[in-house]
Ligand binder design. Structure first.
Ligand code: URA
Length: 459
């Protein structure tokens, strides 16, 4: 295998054979293929894409570059949910314990904030003492005791993805559908799942904002899952505005606890219930989505999911007292209201602007290893579509100093768009706009026949 020849072939749009591609990838792991060569290869893939066989080879080499968890001994279908990432997306925090309360086993591997999007690990680590850097033995222990665990990617999980991801991050090759799909699915398949639900974000704050490409991403990932015998479904969900009202690590933990209490913003609750019902579906518990949804609602409203969350926090070293007393979470020393300069209607709240501002305020990373201030962020008091009065408080900025407040207020001025009339408001995406479910028994080389259901119209 001559690395430069493989790169040239991909650059020219040719299709690599499985053995060629495998040799190139294994060569990278063995240091025979150098970083600049892999960077050039990734750029070639970015422009030329991968055909289905190449994609399968990439996924398999990534997956088998590490170990695969086996949580089947615990009892219960092993199921997870993964989101492609957004702003204010704290769904995993209430959803993992909810699914555990419903009898599923959830070994959730989560990431840190990426670009303008927040990361589940960073949110949970705002809980004093909470550890996400668990060993495989610790992951299994928490799973046995609680039924769910939320931890980081260990050295043993898809190490090739870790290296490729770090390289993509610095070479402008993140937003490629085959590369995102292989990266996410290799990590999820390493959890040894029976079923997987993908929350594919669409809209301005998503990595793949356009609806058609988000659908392609959903089809690519679900195809990868079912070809390996994992029941995989995807929902396309709105990220043309932030999810819920809280943005920022500790603020999002508080909102997650509210959701677990049966309170909190309706869009967050709705998405948690929809994804929870789908998890019961892919776990083979019930095919009836109505019944699944009713079970999820009952587990949320009875406090069963909250109780699992409390136990998960305790088992992962965190302070379980925060469930009853959220004031134990880190609090920003400064806060300021953002008020409407005129009456009208909120037309848009642009997610990426707020996500980027959080990084600037110290709540995210500019580079790997940067410390994160968990207390900073935004609380939105209005949502797109809503009528507002002049002087009304639209949001509150939480920051660690005056400079942070300024950054936050400036970001809100840019992100919150006010229009004069109801008619002038921007059209919003439905919370859930489509559902993708490949048929397990109808798979060809292209990933099988999908059943896409378009669920909603823009409002
Ligand atoms: N999350 C991942 O794990 N990988 C990607 O490529 C993008 C988002």
């Amino acid at each position: 295998m001559i690395p430069a020849r493989i790169i040239e072939r991909k650059r020219n749009g040719e299709v690599l054979t499985p053995s060629e591609l495998e040799a190139f990838l294994l060569g990278y792991l063995d240091e025979d293929v150098q970083e600049p060569q892999m960077a050039a290869f990734l750029m070639a893939v970015y422009f030329r894409g991968l055909d289905p066989r190449e994609l399968d080879t990439l996924v398999d080499v990534m997956l088998h570059s590490g170990g695969v968890l086996d949580a089947h001994g615990i009892g219960g279908p092993v199921v997870d949910k993964h989101s492609t990432g957004g702003v204010g997306d704290k769904v995993s925090l209430p959803l993992a314990p909810l699914a555990a309360a419903l009898g599923l086993v959830v070994p959730m591997i989560s990431g840190r904030g990426l670009g303008h999007t927040g990361g589940t690990r960073d949110k949970l680590e705002s809980i004093p003492g909470f550890r996400t850097d668990l060993t495989t033995t610790e992951v299994m222990r928490v799973l046995e005791r609680v039924g769910c665990v939320i931890a980081g990617q260990t050295e043993q999980v898809a190490p090739l993805d870790r290296r490729l991801y770090a390289l993509r991050d610095i070479t402008g090759t993140v937003s490629s559908i085959p590369l995102i799909s292989a990266s996410i699915m290799s990590k999820k398949l390493a959890e040894g799942l029976d079923g997987l639900v993908l929350d594919v974000k669409v809209g301005e704050g998503a990595f793949i904002p356009e609806e058609a490409r988000a659908l392609e991403l959903a089809r690519t990932m679900t195809g990868i899952g079912v070809r390996r015998g994992v029941r995989t479904r995807a929902l396309l969900t709105a990220m043309d505005r932030p999810l819920g009202r809280a943005i920022g690590n500790a603020l999002e933990v508080v909102e997650s606890v509210e959701c677990l209490r049966g309170e909190g913003p309706p869009d967050l609750r709705e998405l948690v219930l929809e994804l929870g019902a789908e998890m019961l579906g892919v776990g083979g518990v019930t095919e009836d989505l109505g019944e699944a949804r009713a079970r999820a609602e009952a587990a949320l409203d009875s406090g069963a999911a909250l109780e699992r969350f409390r136990r998960m926090v305790q088992e992962q070293g965190g302070d379980p007292g925060l469930v009853d007393d959220p004031s134990r979470l880190p609090k920003a020393s400064e806060s300021a209201p953002f008020r409407a300069e005129r009456a009208g209607f909120v037309s848009r709240v642009t997610p990426s602007v707020l996500g980027m501002a959080i990084i600037e305020m110290g709540g995210g990373r500019r580079k790997l290893g940067d410390p994160v201030d968990p207390s900073v962020g935004f609380m939105l008091h209005v949502e797109p579509g809503q009528r507002i009065e002049r002087g009304e408080t639209l949001a509150t900025v939480h920051a660690s100093d005056r400079a942070g407040l300024e950054v936050g207020l400036k970001a809100l001025s840019a992100a919150v768009q006010i229009v004069e009339s109801r008619e002038a408001r921007a059209a919003l995406l439905p919370l859930v706009s489509a559902r993708v479910e490949p048929e397990l028994d109808a798979l060809g080389a292209q990933g099988g026949r999908e059943r896409d259901t378009v669920l909603g119209q823009r409002s």
